[in-house]
Design a protein around this ligand. Structure first.
Ligand code: TMP
Length: 209
């Protein structure tokens, strides 16, 4: 059985992740691929419970936030992501480890080395094959996120925090341009999805060979 591909979708607040996640899953299913959609923080019951704390608990220390995220992540990876990939199905995950480098690293100032340590210890062997980074100026995304209402702790952060998040994502893209595909999410949705579809087509073709 050929292992499935692991895709993640990243970006700041309000960049259109949800719409594009559905687009990606529909595109792959139309091409005959079995897809499991999941998300972080969350994806399995324990991690969904932790998600509520992570998004809403006032006064969480950055390190506590990071550890809760990784506690959920190790459970998610072992109980769901890896078994799904082993069955030959694809996994499309709404955020993964890159988000920890961007939010807890860039945003909250936790050292990259500490995050690398947790990644290597807990989820080595589970790297996305492809990551879409939906990138848009902070003000554009924030306006969209706040217009939706019912904001979480991250959407209520300062512009400076979210700017650091954006710059950290861009730094990761520059370091790993083969894995991370940056998409300019301030363009019209049709153009965004055209770019995503082109990249996916190539990946599906390579996977089938
Ligand atoms: P969502 O709104 O995209 O579902 O994500 C929930 C929030 O969780 C988002 O604002 C970013 C944050 N987050 C982190 O801070 N670190 C992480 O590792 C992950 C996966 C998410």
């Amino acid at each position: 059985m050929k292992r499935g591909c692991f895709l993640s979708l990243e970006g700041g607040e309000g960049v259109g992740k949800t719409t594009n996640l559905t687009f990606i899953a529909d595109f792959l299913r139309r091409h005959g691929i079995e897809v499991v959609i999941t998300r972080e923080p969350g994806g399995v019951p324990l991690a969904e419970t932790l998600r509520e704390l992570i998004l809403d608990e006032a006064g969480l220390q950055p390190e506590a936030e990071l550890l809760l995220i990784f506690a959920g992540r190790v459970q998610h990876v072992r109980d769901k992501i890896l078994p799904t990939l082993e069955r030959g199905q694809w996994v499309v995950c709404d955020r993964f480890v890159d988000a920890s480098y961007a939010y807890q690293g860039g945003g909250r100032g936790v050292s990259r080395h500490r995050i690398e340590y947790l990644e290597n210890w807990l989820v080595a062997g589970c790297r996305p094959d492809l990551t879409f980074l939906l990138d848009a100026p902070v003000e554009v995304g924030l306006r969209r996120a706040r217009a939706r209402g019912d904001t979480n702790r991250f959407e209520e952060e300062t512009v400076a925090f979210l700017e650091r998040v954006r710059q950290s994502y861009l730094e990761r893209w520059r370091r790993e341009p083969r894995r991370i595909c940056r998409i300019d999410a301030s363009r019209p949705l049709a153009e965004v999805q055209e770019a995503i579809a082109a990249k996916l087509s190539r990946l599906v073709e390579t996977w089938r060979k």
